[in-house]
Ligand binder design. Structure first.
Ligand code: PGA
Length: 253
């Protein structure tokens, strides 16, 4: 059975509510006829509710960029899974390299967030990937393996089933340096085999693995022709409806 391609736009810390609504409206129009690709957008927290309302009735799914694992309480500045669920989020991005790099996220905190998301019925886009130094030192596979084992620790097979992984080499994020389709495929295959070992071959065959890092309308097609690349997590190129919809319509390129 084929895996449905999944393209998600990570807006990061961009777009006021007004700007986010404009972008969501444009995307709704330009993606109205797309039906063989799953599409999600992850606006900043402040715009989630408004964008969620705007996207009602469309096939574009709402995603959040992070969550905190506690249910509620004195955690100033944090957002709970139930808050995201209530406003219609389907997905939540967890473990993005910017969270790991700038905000002290570790495999352990990633694991707690993933478990909290599943508990509340939010599907996870779980990000992993090596830095340039780690790649140059030949550590790509061991880093990805450590991130997977740490992030997925204690997660049962049924919890893992709806998960999406995003392989995002840190050196390719926002740098204009995309991994070649072959470089990406090599790691994607490794990730899928690892999922097979952690769960089962059947589950590994179902889980979608996105590539992320300077994805553009120019390079998406080559990436998507690889067997184990099932979609993309798009940052910069998701901030404009025209470029994002070209990426979503990669088959027409
Ligand atoms: P980029 O970001 O497409 O701007 O490189 C990707 C990501 O961080 O998810």
């Amino acid at each position: 059975m084929g895996r449905l391609p999944f393209i998600a736009g990570n807006w990061k810390m961009n777009k006021t509510v007004g700007e986010a609504l404009d972008l969501a409206r444009q995307m709704k129009t330009s993606l109205a006829k797309v039906d063989s690709v799953e599409v999600a957008v992850a606006p900043p927290f402040t715009a989630l509710f408004a964008v969620g309302n705007e996207l009602k009735g469309s096939r574009i799914v709402l995603a959040a960029q992070n969550l905190f694992w506690e249910e509620k309480g004195a955690f100033t500045g944090e957002i709970s899974p139930a808050m995201l669920k209530e406003i219609g989020c389907g997905y939540v991005i967890i473990g993005h390299s910017e969270r790991r790099q700038y905000f002290g996220e570790t495999d352990e905190t990633v694991n707690r967030r993933i478990k909290a998301a599943f508990k509340h019925g939010l599907k996870v886009i779980f990000c992993i990937g090596e830095t340039l130094q780690e790649r140059e030192e030949g550590k790509t596979f061991s880093v990805v393996e450590r991130q997977m084992e740490g992030g997925l620790k204690g997660l049962k097979t049924e919890e893992a089933r709806p998960m999406v992984l995003a392989y995002e080499p840190v050196w390719a994020i926002g740098t204009g340096k995309t991994a070649t389709p072959e470089q990406a495929e090599e790691v994607h295959r490794f990730i899928r085999n690892k999922l097979g070992g952690l769960y089962s071959r059947e589950i590994a065959g179902e889980i979608r693995i996105q590539y992320g890092g300077s994805v553009t309308p120019e390079n998406i097609k080559g990436l998507m022709t690889q067997e184990d690349i099932d979609g993309a997590l798009v940052g910069g190129a998701s901030l404009q409806a025209e470029t994002f919809s070209k990426i979503v319509r990669f088959r027409e390129i």
